[in-house]
Write a protein that binds this ligand. Structure first.
Ligand SMILES: *Cc1c(COP(=O)(O)O)cnc(C)c1O
Length: 426
């Protein structure tokens, strides 16, 4: 079969089904092209993207500036490994550390790798700086977390599907309830070996759980009091998705819309991925100040592709787009419109219980049992009506369009969503 041969949707699905491992359950749509907030399937049908590749494509599909950086760099130098220096990595490190306000950056490729890196840095810091006995460090994590798919990360997941029959598991993690400050305080007061608290500022995969006002700020203060590193996994929430450059920026009232000053909560270790490259290339990073990052010395950690010139050129462009196009501000404004419009519909709805979220990371809660297929069926109907979204855990549908959407497009989408939901009201 020639790669130039155009497949039908049916052909493409059959190929993946026969030759690919079945580790996903995709919506039956085969995409061929993307531009901005739109996607097209192989038959040419056009859709609004309301997932943005799990918030990787915040800057919109095939953003010309980011793709331009990719193709330009790809023709000059693609990979050197870190055995040698390259002339793009330092520029990226400078730009990103200045943007987010940290001394140092460690580049990786995927989100899970960056989480793994943060865990390693935290543990090493615990033994060399905090003085915890070797192999005794504990990292506190939250129930219903999602931090990726490696063996260590699924070791502290409580999702049976992600976990079962993948043991033995990595030890050294303590699980507490999310959005529960008392639970955090208890674990910190009763365990001198806690090195870090790893947390998502909003739990995305779990169904867009927004913690109570002040949760992150108080959690950070508790960590400080006990000399515990506050590790923010902003792989999904970061890069303007929630209406601020970072979700940990919170409601800080600074007047500079491209602020790189002190956010409401400044994580000791910040984990970024996904939209760090605008979905163009796998780029992730861990940021921290010298007192923490300094524990990593030559040979302690690495990645063949981490910090490669293409990744660095792409990431600089992707971050520039976020600033140049005021994507955080747009996400904030449109998010408020979206929730308000949906709330109005939900007031009269039997099928939807509520909408929640921040910026353009939102979800609706379907009024049906956890194991019913209603959310999936609604997503199939949304697809028919020209909008692509996917259920998360339970009967929850996440709505996360690219942040380059304009208000007219958003209202068009609200129209599609409410029209689709109406057909399920019985
Ligand atoms: C997606 C995600 C990850 C993992 O990123 P990958 O690139 O898929 O490895 C980690 N943490 C959070 C919060 C995520 O949403």
């Amino acid at each position: 079969m020639s790669v130039l041969e155009r497949l039908t949707s049916e052909d493409a699905i059959a190929l993946e089904d026969k030759f690919g491992a079945h580790n996903y359950h995709p919506l039956p749509v085969v995409l061929h092209k993307g531009e901005g907030v739109f996607l097209w399937d192989v038959e040419g049908k056009k859709y609004y993207d309301f997932l943005s590749a799990y918030s990787a494509v915040n800057q919109g599909h095939c953003h010309p500036k980011i793709v331009g950086a990719l193709t330009r760099q790809a023709q000059v130098l693609t990979l050197t490994s870190r055995a040698f220096y390259n002339d793009v990595l330092g520029k990226f490190e400078k730009y990103a550390t200045e943007t987010f306000g940290y001394d140092k950056l460690l580049p990786m490729n995927t989100g899970a790798e960056a989480v793994e890196t943060a865990i390693k840095i935290c543990r090493k810091w615990a033994y060399e700086k905090k003085g915890i006995d070797e192999n005794e460090a504990e990292i506190v994590v939250c129930n219903n977390n999602f931090h990726g798919r490696t063996t260590t990360i699924i070791s502290f997941s409580n999702d049976p599907i992600a976990r079962k029959n993948f043991g033995p598991y990595t030890s050294g993690f303590i699980k507490i309830e999310y959005d529960n400050l008392q639970a955090l305080q208890d674990v910190l007061e009763n365990n001198a070996n806690v090195a870090g608290f790893l947390v998502e500022p909003i739990q995305g995969e779990a169904g867009v759980f927004v913690p109570s006002e002040g949760y992150l700020k108080t959690a950070k203060a508790l960590c400080e009091k006990h000399n515990v590193l506050f590790i923010a996994d902003e792989v999904q929430t970061g890069i303007a998705r929630t209406g601020r450059l970072l979700a940990t920026c919170g409601n800080c009232s600074c007047s500079d819309k491209h602020c790189s000053g002190t956010p409401e909560v400044k994580a000791d270790i910040l984990i970024l991925g996904k939209a760090l490259s605008g979905g163009v290339f796998p780029v992730s990073a861990v940021l921290a100040n010298d007192s923490i990052m300094g524990v990593i010395r030559p040979g302690n950690h690495g990645s063949t592709f981490g910090g490669n010139p293409i990744a660095c050129a792409v990431a600089i462009a992707a971050l520039e787009v976020v600033k140049e196009e005021d994507l955080a501000e747009n996400a904030d404004t449109l998010g408020n419109v979206f929730r308000k419009e949906l709330q109005r519909y939900i007031a009269t709805s039997h099928i939807v219980k509520g909408v929640r979220g921040k910026g353009l990371l939102n979800a609706i809660l379907i009024n049906d049992t956890e194991d019913s297929s209603t959310a999936w069926d609604i997503c199939l109907a949304l697809k028919e009506n020209g909008l692509l979204a996917k259920p998360t855990h339970g009967n929850i549908i996440r709505f996360a369009p690219p942040l380059v959407m304009d208000k007219e497009q958003l209202m068009d989408c609200v129209q599609i969503i409410t029209k689709t939901l109406k057909a399920f009201e019985k």
